[in-house]
Design a protein around this ligand. Structure first.
Ligand SMILES: Nc1nc2c(c(=O)[nH]1)N[C@H]1C(S)=C(S)[C@@H](COP(=O)(O)OP(=O)(O)OC[C@H]3O[C@@H](n4cnc5c(=O)[nH]c(N)nc54)[C@H](O)[C@@H]3O)O[C@H]1N2
Ligand SMILES: Nc1nc2c(c(=O)[nH]1)N[C@H]1C(S)=C(S)[C@@H](COP(=O)(O)OP(=O)(O)OC[C@H]3O[C@@H](n4cnc5c(=O)[nH]c(N)nc54)[C@H](O)[C@@H]3O)O[C@H]1N2
Ligand code: SF4
Ligand SMILES: [Mo]
Length: 718
């Protein structure tokens, strides 16, 4: 069957690029318009799975509030008028030239947000653009999302870009810390079948969900409630139990792992009374779980968003790695594994660990994976001196809602000499921009699921063409960056990234970056030398639903992904030692309520709220335990004021014993008032990040991660 052209009537193979599951989809085009989004039952892994957000994205694509023309600011924040691409790009290029001429390349910054993670090599060319001016001001959502895991990987495995994940199809005993996969569909693991795989594990053994809330996932499996931020103590307790019961494989640990002896010594020194008080879990229970972990034939522990934004999240992630290693479950089928990126050479890229070699200008924090601490963006803009940010390129992000103290960031954004945003909408952040340049939704874009295959227990690759051509005057982000470079008489991005010269007239697309990686990578055709291997054409034409490169991840090859010379994980580094010292000194604060977050099935961070399909059932409420509600004379459904020294918001209470006493819970990404998304503006809900601190002293010092879960707050009836 000949392949359909973009916009041609018929059934188009595509996949969802909203979350890591990347479900295979069929888009039905009628009269040039996408009429329906349905599941692709032929997808080798998702086999028909999808959620409400993929069809929701169809509404977003055709949303009348979406921007389809370049917009230029004409007055107050939010006042824009449409302009031509030429006038926008000419003016932006001239201003970039003037600013970098006067203040140097370091005055340019880029923030690239979450949706770009699912757009092929988007970070590479977005940050590549900023880098071409000599700037290292790269910002993204890392310090509100993955930062602690990224730093843990740098320390333990020598590579900030590789993440261990549980080999779910073979696991018998899984401990999940701070993740709610029934709603989020998993993160830093790529699988569209989370529920099916977790059900399988529960059938063979156990799934224990460690969470301060009895989440949708926790109530389906075995719930272990914990105090917000208590994970690091529970993990110390689990390791201590194993050591005391002599259940660790000491011969293996001394042969295959560096630093266990030193870590072991420090772990046993923590007292049971501190461990139990800080986690809220009894010693017997911790010992029981540790014994079950070791007796399972294959076990793994895994942590995500909820173990990334606390006071000691990096250490918690490192202790999870230690638990997997100490029980012999690392690199074992059904254990904790590290997969291979099909877009990297066979041996895996050998990245030099860069941690600590650079620090931020404001706050003097060590950069993790060469990324600036996102919570410091406002101060970097406002603090004068060398390297002050004068121009910002905000691409696929909404930091006014996603990072702490958006109110301060709003003030800073308004002082920029140049602020350019690439987005589908006017949001709470880019309403301060000089220009908003309209980008296509993923249904209007070709993509290949590049890096994510590395995190898949059942790895596949898929390459899809656009279902329809970009609507209106939208342009792919890649083309927008190149359009500016061309006007500045600089080389185009692909030639810079691939090292292969081309010129603007026969410019090579971003897909060529993927093509080069795929063909030279593990599963590639080696440019013809291995004819049975893959290239993009073959993927598109012979495997339109995606191609499973292996049935299962090769667990034993996880060792090869460790980039230290001796291929041994490290459990003892200067950073680990200093974090343990800090942990010993940190006083327990049980006086105030601790605020932590949740995700709703029917929302996507801060931005899909203009689709009634998506938000139909999304009503944010403050969950509060009955004990805490009674103590404050607060009734179910009542309006309360939530406040601390950073800010205050008024929200509605839902008295619920699903949260642990002493804590309250509210979803993030709300608080729309004045974006261009009219329906979202009407929604109930407030921005909880107004209560989070934007002061670097309050963040995790080693990672620069913002403290978003476990934030002390007071709650009073209004
Ligand atoms: N308190 C609290 N805060 C949190 C979290 C939490 O759990 N609790 N979660 C954090 C997490 S995990 C994340 S990832 C961040 C997300 O934070 P950000 O990445 O800063 O923001 P998003 O809400 O993802 O907003 C994405 C923007 O990209 C636009 N967009 C969508 N698709 C495209 C596209 O293809 N191209 C372009 N150019 N634009 C596009 C949308 O219109 C929207 O304006 O939020 C974080 N903030
Ligand atoms: N429906 C939907 N799906 C999404 C998203 C979305 O916005 N909506 N966002 C996507 C993105 S960007 C990401 S990063 C992933 C994230 O996916 P997940 O990592 O699964 O994140 P969450 O669903 O926020 O779950 C975090 C859990 O941590 C718990 N938690 C909070 N504090 C603590 C703590 O101190 N200790 C422990 N043990 N638990 C704690 C919370 O109660 C919550 O249940 O989801 C993705 N999928
Ligand atoms: S789970 Fe939902 S949002 Fe995630 S990829 Fe699948 S359809 Fe898209
Ligand atoms: Mo995220």
């Amino acid at each position: 069957m000949p392949r359909l052209q973009p916009g041609e009537d018929g059934r188009h193979h595509t996949y969802c690029r909203l979350c890591e599951a990347q479900c295979g989809l069929i888009a039905e085009v009628q009269s040039g318009v996408i009429a329906r989004i349905g599941p692709d039952r032929d997808h080798p892994v998702s086999r028909g799975h999808l959620c409400v957000k993929a069809p929701g994205m169809l509404q977003i694509t055709y949303d009348e509030d979406r921007l389809l023309q370049p917009m230029k600011r004409t007055g107050a924040p939010g006042d824009f008028e449409p302009v031509s691409w030429d006038s926008a790009l000419d003016d932006i290029a001239a201003r970039v030239k003037r600013i970098t001429g006067r203040h140097g390349g370091a005055s340019l910054a880029g923030y690239i947000g979450n949706p770009a993670a699912f757009s092929t090599f988007h970070y590479a060319y977005g940050f590549g653009f900023i880098g071409m001016f000599g700037s290292d001001k790269f910002y993204n959502a890392m310090q509100v999302d993955t930062g602690a895991r990224v730093l843990a990987s740098d320390q333990v495995f020598g590579d900030s870009g590789r993440y261990p994940f549980p080999d779910l199809p073979g696991t018998d005993f899984l401990m999940i810390f701070g993740s709610n996969p029934i709603i989020s569909h998993m993160s830093l693991i790529t699988t569209p079948k989370a529920r099916e795989l977790l059900d399988g594990i529960a059938g063979r053994g156990s799934v224990i969900v460690v969470d301060p809330r009895r989440t949708e996932t926790a109530s389906r499996y075995e719930h272990q409630p914990i105090k917000p931020g208590g994970d690091v103590f529970l993990l110390l307790g689990l390791l201590k139990s194993l050591i005391e019961a002599e259940l660790t494989d000491e011969a293996f640990l001394s042969a295959k792992v560096n630093g266990w002896k030193e870590l072991r010594q420090r772990v046993v020194a923590f007292s049971w009374s501190d461990i139990c008080a800080a986690s809220g879990i009894q010693e017997e229970r911790i010992r029981e779980v540790a014994a079950r972990f070791t007796s399972a034939s294959a076990a793994a522990c895994y942590g995500r968003a909820g173990t990334n934004r606390g006071r000691f999240s990096t250490l918690a992630n490192i202790l999870m790695d230690a638990l997997n290693l100490a029980t012999g479950n690392f690199a074992r089928a059904g254990g904790s594994v590290i997969g291979r990126n099909p877009f990297e050479p066979e041996q895996g890229a050998r990245r030099a660990a860069s941690y600590g070699s650079k620090r931020s200008r404001v706050g003097n924090l060590p950069l993790v994976a060469d990324t600036q601490p996102g919570g410091g963006l406002a101060e970097e803009i406002l603090t004068s001196g060398e390297g002050q940010i004068r121009a910002l390129f905000l691409d696929s992000g909404n930091p006014v809602l996603s990072y702490p103290r958006g109110d301060l960031l709003e003030e800073a954004l308004e002082t920029l000499e140049l602020f350019v945003s690439l987005d589908l909408y006017m949001n709470e952040s880019n309403r301060y921009a000089d220009y908003i340049l309209p980008a296509p939704s993923f249904y209007e874009r070709a993509d290949v699921n590049d890096q994510w295959a590395a995190n898949a227990p059942e790895p596949w690759v898929q390459y899809v063409a656009p279902v329809i051509e970009p609507l209106g005057d939208c342009r792919h982000e890649y083309e927008i960056y190149d359009g500016m470079l061309q006007r500045l008489e600089m080389p185009d991005l692909t030639s810079v990234i691939t090292g292969q010269r081309s010129d603007f007239d026969n410019r090579r697309s971003y897909l060529e970056i993927a093509e080069m990686g795929l063909r030279s990578g593990t599963y590639g055709d080696k440019f013809g030398a291995k004819p049975e291997g893959l290239n993009l054409d073959k993927l598109l034409n012979e495997h339109p639903s995606g191609y499973a490169v292996r049935e299962r991840v090769d667990a034993s090859r996880s060792w090869d992904q460790i980039t230290f010379e001796d291929r041994k994980p490290r459990l003892w580094t200067e950073m680990i030692e200093s974090e343990l010292d800090r942990l010993e000194k940190e006083p327990l604060d049980d006086r105030r309520l601790k605020l932590f977050g949740r995700r709703l099935l029917h929302t996507m961070n801060s931005w899909m709220h203009n689709s009634d399909k998506v938000i139909r059932n999304a009503r944010p409420t403050l969950l509060m335990h009955s004990v805490d509600a009674e103590a404050r004379q607060i009734a179910d459904g009542q309006k309360v004021r939530l406040h601390n020294r950073h800010g205050e918001i008024e929200v509605q209470v839902e008295v619920s014993d699903t949260v642990v006493p002493g804590s309250v819970n509210y979803p993030h990404g709300f608080g729309h008032r004045n974006g261009g998304w009219r329906q979202a503006n009407q929604m109930e809900g407030e921005n909880i990040n107004l209560l989070a601190s934007s002061d670097p002293k309050d963040w995790e010092p080693v990672s620069g991660n913002c403290h978003l879960d476990g934030v002390p707050v007071e709650v009073r009836p209004v």
